[in-house]
Design a protein around this ligand. Sequence first.
Ligand code: ZN
Length: 398
Amino acid sequence: MTASPTIIGAPHFNFLKGITTMTDIPNPVDLTRTLLLFNTVNPPGNESELARFAGDLLSGVGYEVSYRSFDLKRTNVIAILRGGGKKLPLCFSGHMDTVPLGNARWRVDPFSGEQEGDILYGRGSSDMKGGLAAMIVAGLRLARLDRRAADITLVLTAGEEHGCQGAAYLADQEKKTLGRAGALLICEPTANYPMLGHKGALWLEAEALGAAAHGSMPEQGVNAIYKIGRAISRLEAYRFTVESHPVLGAPTLNVGTVSGGTTVNIVPDRAVIGIDIRTVPGQKVEAVRADLAAYLGEEVQLSSAVGAESVWTDPADPWVREVFGIMEPVIGEPPEVRGVAYFTDASALKAAMGHPPTFILGPGEPSQAHKTDEYCYASKIETAAEAYFRIGRQWTEG
Ligand SMILES: [Zn+2]
């Protein structure tokens, strides 16, 4: 995930007043600490144990829980709290995996949830076990409401950090179990600022093939590096025709990797580049891929590694006004229309669930994602749990 520059100050604590103490519902910070104990570093992920733990908590208060694995120990959870069915469900979603620890030494234990004042450390504290815990606690509280006019769906995904594998699997194979949603809330780190979308991502490999020959007789071979070199030059000159998005900006293209050849005295028979394209609303990743394939011609073959569509919600949507109203006291001013720099599972889930209005909103610090000694503010986790509960209550009682 690419860090977003947005960092919001400390939450307004009076927002938390009026929370009744619930001895049998875990405190969201304690629950975050528990979730940190599960090592879900991806690769390999191993989300299954965390999935079962969360699923047990939710089924204990009446959620219908389905476990859907896309590989050994790679389990997604879909938990549905049945309501009156007067309107479509509100869906909360978060991922269970984290990125690796990195090469630098950690000053703190990445898995035990060490806390210094308001700062809670751990791999995944910001991205995004804090958000996951807040969403689960809100889900447990919503099960206590006497009157519910709509279902509440919680989707816990595996494999997000490797191109949204788990969400893509659910979108492809489990659309029926997911069902349609009336609104979607992705609990990724935004420091509790409500965000309306993000760019899409298309990661491609372009491969050029040649014919090997002795380096002293290049005329007898076909040099794949020359082919890939021409492709790189063409990519540097490539211009998107779509207009810039007023909030998310313009689409971008970057050649991030290049490799080819075996040794200096052999004409290289293969060369490959990695291309990272970020799309904006109005572009479809498949159409961009096809356009680029035609533009580069037959010298290279393109294959897709990741294709995640952009996500955007109209700020005039009534639910957006509702959530902005709930979050205004948290951020201390009327929220502005903003997006995040990274992409999320919403790329897969939004389309699969019928394109509901979507927020990215979570307690983690976007600047802490993927960092050594990653941390999250405990108070923001509590604030998020309360905000999610209010958003859910308004949806299902309103
Ligand atoms: Zn994340």
